[in-house]
Write a protein that binds this ligand. Structure first.
Ligand SMILES: NC(=O)c1ccc[n+]([C@@H]2O[C@H](COP(=O)([O-])OP(=O)(O)OC[C@H]3O[C@@H](n4cnc5c(N)ncnc54)[C@H](OP(=O)(O)O)[C@@H]3O)[C@@H](O)[C@H]2O)c1
Length: 308
């Protein structure tokens, strides 16, 4: 049984979200940050069992409330400790399965697309991997906050799913060159922000896609860590290349993202403008099957484990 310390609370977990970083951790490619539980799982939803009363009260939370939480590990468990600042109330109308699918991608997309990438209403975002857990969140959040969205995906069915989620355009990167497609869709102007989860030889091509003062935000390196690109374009177009990983960042950093999400995005979940996309729910005892499905890349949106 994990024990909640100062500014933490203990959650009786009913659902745990599955994310690609869990697969990377399982295969030995994503070390657990110092101090974090080595049990996989970065997000949970459930009921507050106990915790630091002062910190909970300051956050407007109390024992018995339903919350979802971002955690640095330990999410695949019936009991999970989370920092109070990384917990958010379950939005009205959502069950715990839907709520457990939110934290990891919502925190990551907010931090990378809106904080680091500074995406503004009226600008255009290119989302690679539009049907990934990250992608379905990025498409909906960017659209709801007034941006135009172009998404890529690896099949026509996945492209159709991106359009259904609100993307203005979807590019099947297996049958189309996304650089040429973006040039055509933007009348040669390019996009303002690219959310990249591929890296490798994508970086050079993404730099070609960027408009003047464009921002490339790298959140994963599925295509490899080494990239060569035309540095002249970076100068001429005044481009910014950035990236980040959420998991090792301090609690205060994640709590600041939680506050932004609560103010700007939770009302959009509450109104239904943004909806959780849960592809499939597995009993927690079948976590291995959930990982197999994720590794097959057949899913659209999120996979969730249920402890019911
Ligand atoms: N930096 C961070 O803080 C952070 C946080 C969370 C997740 N991540 C990373 O973000 C990525 C998505 O995470 P997730 O949990 O949402 O995983 P996921 O649902 O398993 O998505 C992975 C996606 O990658 C896409 N993909 C693979 N190769 C591609 C390519 N060449 N071009 C375009 N898309 C490609 C796949 O789509 P297709 O079938 O269409 O190819 C699939 O949808 C993972 O790499 C994960 O490690 C980073």
């Amino acid at each position: 049984m994990p024990v909640a310390g100062a500014a933490e609370l203990l959650i009786r977990v009913s659902a745990s979200g599955v994310n690609r970083p869990d697969v990377l951790q399982r295969t030995g490619n994503y070390p657990v940050p110092p101090g974090a539980s080595d049990i996989p799982g970065l997000e949970v939803a459930g009921v507050i069992e106990s915790g630091d009363a002062v910190a909970m009260s300051a956050a407007g939370l109390k024992v018995g409330d339903r919350v979802c939480a971002l955690v640095a590990g330990g999410g695949y468990a019936q009991w999970c400790v989370a920092p109070v600042g990384q917990c958010l109330p379950v939005p009205d109308g959502l069950d715990d399965i839907a709520a457990a699918s939110l934290p990891e991608t919502f925190f990551t997309v907010w931090s990378n697309v809106f904080d680091r990438g500074r995406l503004q209403a009226g600008e255009t975002l290119l989302v690679q991997g539009g049907t990934s857990g990250i992608g379905v969140t990025a498409i909906q959040m960017a659209k709801a906050l007034g941006a135009r969205v172009i998404a890529t995906a690896g099949s026509d069915d996945k492209c159709a799913a991106c359009l259904k989620l609100g993307a203005d355009h979807a590019i099947n990167y297996k049958t189309q060159d996304f650089v040429a497609a973006v040039a055509e869709l933007t009348a040669g102007q390019g996009v303002n922000v690219v959310l990249d989860m591929v890296a490798g030889d994508y970086v050079a091509r993404e730099i070609e896609c960027l408009a003047e003062d464009g921002r490339l935000v790298i959140i994963a390196v599925q295509g490899g860590v080494k990239a060569g690109f035309n540095a002249g374009l970076v100068l001429r177009r005044r481009l910014t290349i950035t990236g980040s990983t959420l998991r090792p960042r301090p609690v205060a950093f994640k709590a600041a993202i939680a506050a932004s999400l609560r103010a700007r995005v939770w009302p959009l979940l509450q109104s239904g403008s943004i909806q959780p996309v849960v592809h499939r729910v597995f009993p927690a005892s079948e976590a291995a099957l959930a990982h197999t499905l994720m590794e097959s890349n057949q899913h659209i949106g999120k996979l969730v484990l249920s402890w019911a």
